[in-house]
Design a binder for this molecule. Sequence first.
Ligand code: EPU
Length: 337
Amino acid sequence: MKIEYKKSLKEYNTFGINAIASEFIAITSESELKYILSEHNKKNLFILSGGSNMLLTKNIEALVIHIAIKGIEILEESESTVLISACAGENWNDFVQYCIQNNYGGLENLSLIPGYVGSAPIQNIGAYGVELKDTMMSCEAISISTQKKHIFKKEDCKFEYRNSIFKNEAKGEYIITKVTFKLTKKHHNLNTNYGAIESALLEKNIKNPSIKDISQTVIQIRQSKLPDPSEIGNSGSFFKNPIISKALFTKLQKTHPDIPSYSLNENNIKVPAGWLIEQSGFKGKRWGDAGVHEKQALVLVNHGSATGKEIFNLAKKIQKKIKQKFDITLETEVNII
Ligand code: EPU
């Protein structure tokens, strides 16, 4: 365990932004984490997990603690289910693939989401009709101020669409160290309703898909429209899909009859931000190295050496245009630092 000074975070954020940390330490166990927290409690701290949901717009004048705690453990097993935990520093997709190889079902729709296990609960990661909260049972976290371990049951996490207690009341107070899931060993609860999965399975003539088939299909779909962060810097969806009133939706339908939507309840409708951004002419455009992905307008990309500020300015430009054109406020999904 060694503190490094003036460390570039380029390799530690999927946007590939070359921000500098004044101090940096990678910790590989819970005891190291507790020790560092107790030693440096008065210091400015910045917790860094997989760096897959953040945009660094400035250098970090703080001790950056990179959570690299590894380990996967079976806690309990019955004939039909398994209780399995993964430590915060495990790569999310590696963990998902481990589960699939062992025929543990429940996470297959979340294949290939970038990032680490420890940050998955923070924004309740979701894709293709499934969210983390559907299988997560609990997570362990260390309090930064007391260094005590706290167990959050699913109900404590206040999960919502891309939201949880860790983005609100508990923000900045806890470091997630372990996440536990209840997965199926048989009679998997397959979720193939999402349009793109259904049609891809049909195309491959797969009638009774296995969890592996679903995982591979999700990977194919993601690879066909989402950029691979190891090739082109990005943080997945940059904005949340906005929820608008039925009245506004009806008004917009008059001028844009083809506006896609998902009805949430009597009064609220979710519309895809990617569609709004594409309609506003941003898809595939770039300003220097900051751009909008050519296949999915919801994803902002770093074509090489964009700064966080340049990407942030592009995001503001998009938000302004969407407000003018549709009277909709786009909120960022990515944390702006
Ligand atoms: N669309 C466009 N143009 C675009 C992109 C999308 O018109 O450039 C339209 C599509 O035609 C479709 C609709 O928008 O009608 C929805 O598109 P898609 O299925 O690609 O999903 P999304 O709503 O854009 C969300 C998640 C993704 C997740 C997919 C699949 C959010 C903010 N994003 O995207 O999550 O993979 O659904 O479930 O909810 C992430 O969070 O980083 C992420 C990639």
